[in-house]
Design a protein around this ligand. Sequence first.
Ligand SMILES: Nc1ccn([C@@H]2O[C@H](COP(=O)(O)OP(=O)(O)OP(=O)(O)O)[C@@H](O)[C@H]2O)c(=O)n1
Ligand SMILES: C[C@](O)(CO)[C@H](O)COP(=O)(O)O
Length: 248
Amino acid sequence: MSDPSRPVRTAAVIPAAGRGVRLGPGTPKALRTLGGTPMLVHAVRAMAASRAVSLIVVVAPPDGATEVGRLLHEHPLAERTDLVVVPGGQTRQESVQLGLAALPDTIEVVLVHDAARPLVPAETVDAVVAAVRAGAPAVVPALPLADTVKQVDPQPAGTPEPVVGTPERSLLRAVQTPQGFDLTTLRKAHDTVVEGEGATDDAGLVERLGSPVVVVPGHEEAFKVTRPLDLVLAEAVLARRRATDGYV
Ligand SMILES: Nc1ccn([C@@H]2O[C@H](COP(=O)(O)OP(=O)(O)OP(=O)(O)O)[C@@H](O)[C@H]2O)c(=O)n1
Ligand SMILES: C[C@](O)(CO)[C@H](O)COP(=O)(O)O
């Protein structure tokens, strides 16, 4: 177990290079506004709200790094948090890899947080950091499922899909971000696991190395803005926070 009084340099990589196809046509998802403020700015503030995080690397749309840099300049953070913007790639995995490449070797713990989860509370971020600092090489926040899940035999659109199984729901968790890692472990995972091997999150890459991954409690407000209805929910959560918590 590490000495909790020793400062551990912690960074956050925020992949924000996706287009947001499922949200519908428009500007890249991370730049769409929530309560008048770009989703990305909310996500950056959520990471900076954790006192552990001293560096944030934002991975911008490949042709949008200058615009994102300008935008973040207009929404400055407290002085204790450094900010770097790098251009992203064609897939989330590639974008995270580009973000990791921008981290100095002095960083020991890295969080990877979707720009598309703008409302994650600071307590969730801190719980992930604490679990990595306590010795887990990979930590994911997650929640139990509300729905029953069926495994199907996929068919072309319009054809009913035969059910082939019903996994035991109590054993399943819906995984969120930020996911936290010992930086050496995550770099090794990204260097080792080839794109397209089916990992849809960073912890999935670490699992493929055979390294342990643990779950800590996630939060309902850490949901991913994926489809139009998610934006409605996000606006409502934000309005409630602004009315009750003085959130900006
Ligand atoms: N090439 C990509 C693709 C995704 N992401 C980021 O990964 C996070 C999670 O992805 P998701 O919510 O699925 O975003 P999109 O890929 O933009 O969504 P869609 O699949 O609907 O286009 C987002 O913050 C997104 O910006 C990224 O940095 N680079
Ligand atoms: C990383 C993630 O947010 C964990 O739930 C998720 O896998 C990203 O989903 P995507 O739709 O594949 O970008």
